[in-house]
Design a protein. Structure first.
Length: 167
């Protein structure tokens, strides 16, 4: 499965220390070239590409679609609009934490998930381990710019603690 990410998901993964870990999952990660050049280009972007991030060009039809998304939802960044257009065009899954982008993706029948879903995938795969998942999620939850739903964070942290306590 190929997962198209917006920048916020990559930032959250970096904050909780799972950026390298996520590339160990049996999935490929991609961003549209517009997003890469506007928001990731430089040392961090090169590091992501080195880990396996794919930078994908979008067709002229996809560009039109992205611009339409942007005009429909002016609160969306151009990069986010291109991420949705890439996911829609290629029938890939979209990763975002942006509620406006999720709503638009839903209306476009594009499957969409976020960081907590990725943590669930890591938990199922047994990487990087429950203790590290717990600690990373706590770090992310404590960040002043964390926008993840507190209830969902609490559910996972309690589950992780329960697993850690087992003999």
């Amino acid at each position: 499965m190929i997962l198209v990410s917006d920048t916020s998901v990559l930032i959250d993964l970096e904050r909780c220390g799972f950026l390298e870990t996520i590339f160990a999952l049996p999935h490929e990660f991609a961003v549209p070239d517009v997003l890469y050049h506007r928001e990731l280009k430089g040392e961090w972007g090169e590091r992501l590409v080195g880990l396996g991030l794919r930078v994908e060009e979008i067709s002229s039809e996809g560009v039109k679609q992205a611009l339409r998304y942007r005009s429909e939802r002016q609160a969306l960044s151009l990069a986010d609009s291109f991420a949705l257009a890439l996911a829609k065009q290629r029938e890939w899954l979209l990763l975002t934490g942006d509620s406006q982008l999720r709503e638009l993706a839903d209306g476009e029948n594009v499957e969409c998930h976020g960081v907590l879903w990725l943590l669930d995938l890591m938990e199922e795969a047994g990487i990087p381990g429950i203790r590290l998942l717990h600690d990373g999620l706590e770090v992310l939850a404590g960040h002043p710019r964390c926008r993840l739903p507190r209830r969902e964070i609490t559910i996972r942290l309690e589950r992780y603690r329960e697993i850690i306590r087992r003999p």
